[in-house]
Design a protein around this ligand. Structure first.
Ligand code: MN
Length: 212
């Protein structure tokens, strides 16, 4: 098993360093995930933002309680030259908008891509997706844990947080190939384009407005 705490892993507080921002701006894509206190953005604060670039450099960024901005993170996540890859982007971009005022774009969501491409499977969770596409078994035991005590995160929590972004760039490449092969790539891109609207509706508590 590869080491999780090598030169390719770092922890930042409150915002990215200038050097990390410069490095990540060179990457054509960036895997992103967040950890929060729960699933309701208005109630459950943002605790961590994890990032991984095409070279495998992972950053875990700790967000302080009451923090309302992270200018370098905002510059990166809004940079049009860098595609941001999430698994279930709808949630993460809502929480990044709500807590840090970041309008993330452009987007790729591996969960939407999986639903459009892997119609042979009912399982589109990150663990199932990464097992099939990458042959890696993600350990999700730290998923439901206390991310609020950011100064004292356990090694297990940090490993979990890092692994959630480590395989998304490779998974995106495979899903893109599948979508192109099946003639659904343009539909997928249109879905990614809708995500900021869906997140804005979620933040204003509108539900199911496309239903009859
Ligand atoms: Mn995660």
């Amino acid at each position: 098993m590869q080491s999780d705490f090598s030169d390719d892993f770092q922890i930042c507080d409150r915002d990215l360093t200038p050097a990390t921002l410069d490095q990540y701006l060179q990457s054509e894509s960036l895997a992103v995930d967040t950890e929060t206190m729960g699933l309701r953005p208005h109630r459950d604060r943002l605790c961590l933002v994890q990032l991984c670039d095409v070279r495998g450099k992972v950053t875990v960024l700790r967000i302080a309680q009451g923090q309302t901005e992270a200018p370098k993170l905002k510059q990166l996540l809004e940079a049009s030259s860098v595609t941001k890859i999430f698994h279930f982007a709808r949630f993460d971009i809502a929480t990044l908008q709500h807590y840090l005022g970041i309008a993330v774009q452009p987007l790729f969501c591996t969960k939407i891509a999986s639903k459009l491409a892997r119609t042979y499977s009912p399982r589109h969770g990150l663990k199932d997706l990464i097992r099939e596409l990458e042959g890696i078994d993600l350990d999700k035991t730290a998923q439901s844990s206390d991310w609020g005590n950011a100064a004292h995160l356990s090694e297990e929590q940090l490993r979990y947080a890092a692994n959630d972004v480590r395989y998304l760039i490779s998974a995106r490449a495979k899903l893109t190939q599948m979508l192109q092969r099946e003639g659904r790539w343009e539909l997928a891109q249109a879905c990614f384009g809708c995500l900021p609207t869906l997140a804005a509706l979620d933040l204003r508590d509108f539900e199911q407005i496309f239903e009859h």
